[in-house]
Design a protein around this ligand. Structure first.
Ligand code: 13P
Length: 252
């Protein structure tokens, strides 16, 4: 990778379906004027606001991305946005397979993998989300579920697998205020890292992000875990002061 700061932790805000032109102006301005951060940072805005986000963050240290992308190149897919369209104006990241899309839009492991492949083909880095529900955790299926979700992507991306990022987001920790303990998160991250090691020699340098109720007061202990390389932040990314505090909790 040519980015000299690619070794740093990465903190990504996922705004989900929040914001307005005016609200975003204030948030982006606050992020842009924050000064140097100890990590790489990015925000993933809703599609209609990507142009605004790109424009406001131009010449800042903060990157931006989308929250989804189509698995298809182009064609009769009303409402979808292709990776080529995102790449057309410099999009760096696309979240794919967020649990809200898996659950609310019935996205299968294979569709998520196809989206990741479509993004990579256009030079957009996919942030592939995996994670178990509470019922799956209680049934002792956490490892099997995340392995199955990641394996579909590894299989589809083949030799390009090292170019994706992975976000472990336990579904029971998203928007609930329940966070995985640093030890619980680390255990799953270690498992994912081992799975990546079996697929690519670059696994050690791949970014594995944790998401699920990351807040200013728990970010440092999560980011201190050896296999946690940053975070994917929902609710707390909507408040500049909280998002920046989480960024400042980055460790390396
Ligand atoms: P919260 O930080 O609001 O729990 O959301 C996490 C998430 O889903 C990020 O993608």
């Amino acid at each position: 990778m040519s980015d000299p700061q690619s070794h740093r932790q990465l903190v990504v805000g996922n705004w989900k379906m929040h914001g307005s032109h005016a609200v975003n102006e204030a948030l982006l301005e606050a992020l842009k004027s924050a000064g140097p951060l100890p990590c790489n940072a990015a925000v993933c805005a809703p599609f209609p606001y990507l142009a605004q986000t790109a424009e406001r963050l131009a010449r800042s240290a903060i990157s931006w991305g989308a929250q989804d992308c189509s698995a298809h190149e182009q064609g009769a897919y009303t409402g979808e946005v292709s990776a080529a369209m995102l790449a057309d104006f410099g999009c760096r990241y696309a979240i794919v397979g967020h649990s809200e899309r898996r659950a609310l839009h019935a996205e299968s492991d294979q569709l998520v993998a196809d989206k990741a492949q479509a993004a990579l083909a256009r030079g957009v880095t996919p942030i592939v989300c995996v994670g178990e529900t509470l019922a799956e955790r209680d049934a002792g299926q956490t490892d099997a579920v995340v392995k199955r979700q990641l394996s579909a992507v590894i299989h589809t991306l083949a030799h390009c697998a090292s170019e994706m990022m992975v976000a472990y987001e336990p579904v029971w920790a998203i928007g609930t205020g329940l966070t995985a303990t640093p030890e619980q998160a680390q255990a799953v991250h270690a498992l994912l890292r081992a799975q990546l090691h079996a697929a690519t020699e670059h696994a050690a340098s791949m970014k594995l992000l944790y998401g699920g109720s990351v807040k200013p007061d728990n970010a440092a202990s999560l980011f201190a875990q050896p296999d946690i390389d940053g975070g994917l932040i929902g609710g707390a990314s909507l408040k500049a002061i909280d998002f920046l505090a989480i960024c400042r909790a980055a460790q390396r």
